[in-house]
Design a protein around this ligand. Structure first.
Ligand code: SF4
Ligand SMILES: [Zn+2]
Length: 106
């Protein structure tokens, strides 16, 4: 898989960040994914492989499982041209974070 050559998590020392213990924080890993140039390809592969655990493409295994449910499959981020899976309030994770930050700032 050629996208793996550009995987940001393979270029920085991430330790066990991408495999947090149950109930552990997923934030540091997601912050790495948010800056990764191959996030969509990574997420697409993880979505197609239900057995993968840990953070892939900015989503935890629990979040990916939720996205695989038929009801949520058609939902996409409402930001123009984004197309990432919808997470909350009509936004993908990235745009929701941006939205939440904006609210905190105002
Ligand atoms: S999206 Fe995240 S898990 Fe996937 S390659 Fe990039 S940094 Fe790694
Ligand atoms: Zn989005």
């Amino acid at each position: 898989m050629s996208w793996r050559y550009s995987a940001l998590c393979a270029q920085v020392d991430v330790g066990d960040l991408f495999f947090p213990e149950k109930g552990g924080t997923t934030r540091p890993a997601k912050a790495v994914c948010a800056k990764c140039s191959v996030r969509e390809a990574c997420l697409a592969e993880a979505m197609a492989n239900p057995n993968l655990s840990g953070i892939w493409g900015g989503l935890s295994d629990v979040e990916r499982k939720a996205l695989r449910r038929p009801r949520s499959r058609t939902l996409e981020c409402t930001v123009d041209g984004c197309g990432m899976p919808h997470m909350a309030r009509g936004y993908c994770q990235t745009h929701y974070n941006r939205y939440a930050r904006g609210r905190a700032a105002s």
